[in-house]
Design a protein around this ligand. Structure first.
Ligand code: FMN
Length: 182
């Protein structure tokens, strides 16, 4: 069977970590986020919150990271700052607070689905993306400074146009994780 457009998109999507210097239009990102916002969710409201730092807006994120940078080694500041500067835009993704463990778990799962939706839509537009989960982004002072206090950090998405596509990370055969009853 010839692969469908959906199959090809899912199979060709890669994590991109190095970007070229080219800005991204906020209107385009808004449009892609609007479509990603159709992700499934099982809470009363969409569980994700998104903080978009585009172009010069990334300085707000870097300022918010400053207290955490001061607590750590200089090399870490340089590494993380370099990655944020290299990306055209960053999106800080959280889940809103939910009271029950079940609510929190559903929120996290739905937000991961949201991120994957967005990653695929970016891939379709030749926008590279890496989903980062480094602990420094959970810093409470950072969260307070961007207005995300009390929320659960899910990922910092760094995005931009790119030239090089890293090789596919090999997957084990589906048979190693699939049990069929028929
Ligand atoms: C929940 C999650 C957390 C991730 N965190 C990071 C991260 O902190 N840094 C990073 O470079 N990549 C991160 N990644 C990207 C993975 O390393 C990447 O998806 C994996 O190597 C497979 O490559 P592919 O996305 O190109 O298929 C994360 C991916 C997921 C799903």
């Amino acid at each position: 069977m010839e692969k469908t457009v959906g199959q090809q998109l899912i199979e060709s999507r890669r994590t991109i970590r190095m970007f070229v210097e080219e800005p991204l239009d906020t209107a385009l990102l808004y449009q892609l986020l609007t479509s990603a916002h159709q992700a499934p969710f099982h809470n009363k409201v969409e569980p994700w919150n998104l903080y978009l730092f585009n172009g010069d807006g990334k300085s707000v994120l870097l300022d918010a990271l400053e207290p955490a940078f001061r607590d750590g080694p200089e090399a870490k500041r340089e590494k993380i700052t370099g990655r944020i500067r290299n990306a055209a835009a960053c999106i800080y993704v959280t889940t809103k607070p939910f009271e029950t463990e079940k609510g929190q778990k559903d929120a996290l799962l739905a937000t991961a689905a949201f991120i994957q939706n967005f990653h695929l839509l970016c891939a379709e537009q030749n926008i590279g993306l890496v989903w980062r989960t480094g602990g420094i982004f959970e810093d409470a002072r950072l969260q307070e400074m961007i207005g995300a206090d009390g929320e659960t950090f899910v990922g910092l998405l760094q995005l931009g146009r790119f030239e090089d596509v890293p090789p596919t990370k090999a997957r084990q055969s589906l048979d190693t994780c699939l049990t069929i009853f028929e």
